[in-house]
Design a protein around this ligand. Structure first.
Ligand code: MN
Length: 230
């Protein structure tokens, strides 16, 4: 059986210490998961987690040049730890959720903030604000078999050498196991799914020429340069 058009290669991420690639199926992202960021976005307290989705097509493996996207005048970074699932499941017990994780990476949840805000103001979906070309840069993955399951450690972003975001993974409102458990109540999670686990305070705009360096202690780093729109 042939395909009617040429089959594309699945988006994938390299893995530290091997030539194997990690194939990416879906990208789930949690909103407002650090206390100070939740405040800057207008929240108060520990609300239930909420999620949105980027298509795997938006992945930018290992960063590098990222084009300024179309139709925005307020293009933001959000630095996040990325969780890569090795196993799928539903109604996962948070106490066992780490068993489903393949590894971790450093990601940027790039956002057309003006289009996201328009969606919020008009009761419309966030997709145009969050799911677009090159919206999900992600570093090489560090396997949990090598680094364990990080629940503390600095998460930092610099833009052109100036620190813009800095927090600790322990500042997350919903832990990674809690996020996996919660998502698995709503979706059958699958091997290859990624979870962007939320961003600290300090989100802000970037423009062509800006150089972003994100790092998470014990996980890795990701470098992105914003280049002019296509
Ligand atoms: Mn985010």
């Amino acid at each position: 059986m042939a395909y009617a058009i040429p089959l594309w290669t699945p988006p994938s991420l390299p893995v530290v210490g091997t030539t194997d690639l990690f194939p990416v199926r879906r990208i789930f992202c949690v909103g407002r998961n650090y206390v100070e960021h939740q405040k800057e976005m207008g929240g108060d307290g520990r609300e239930a987690p909420f999620f949105f989705i980027k298509s795997a097509h938006s992945l930018v493996p290992q960063g590098g040049n990222v084009h300024y996207p179309a139709k925005t005048a307020n293009y933001h970074y959000e630095t996040e730890m990325v969780v890569a699932l090795a196993r799928g499941g539903r109604r996962i017990d948070p106490k066992k959720a780490n068993d489903y994780v393949f590894g971790y990476g450093v990601g940027l949840d790039m956002t057309r903030r003006d289009l996201q805000q328009w969606g919020k103001d008009h009761g419309r979906p966030w997709d145009f604000g969050k799911d677009f070309d090159e919206a999900a840069p992600c570093s090489i993955l560090a396997p949990a078999s090598k680094i364990g399951h990080p629940s503390k450690g600095a998460i930092v972003l610099t833009v052109n050498g100036k620190e813009r975001q800095k927090a600790d993974l322990s500042d997350m409102i919903w832990s990674v196991p809690e996020q996996i458990a919660y998502l698995s109540e709503y979706y059958t999670l699958e091997p290859g799914d990624l979870i962007y686990s939320g961003t600290p305070a300090g989100v802000g705009p970037v423009k062509p020429g800006d150089e972003l360096e994100a790092r998470i202690d014990g996980v890795g780093e990701l470098k992105v340069k914003i280049v002019p729109a296509l």
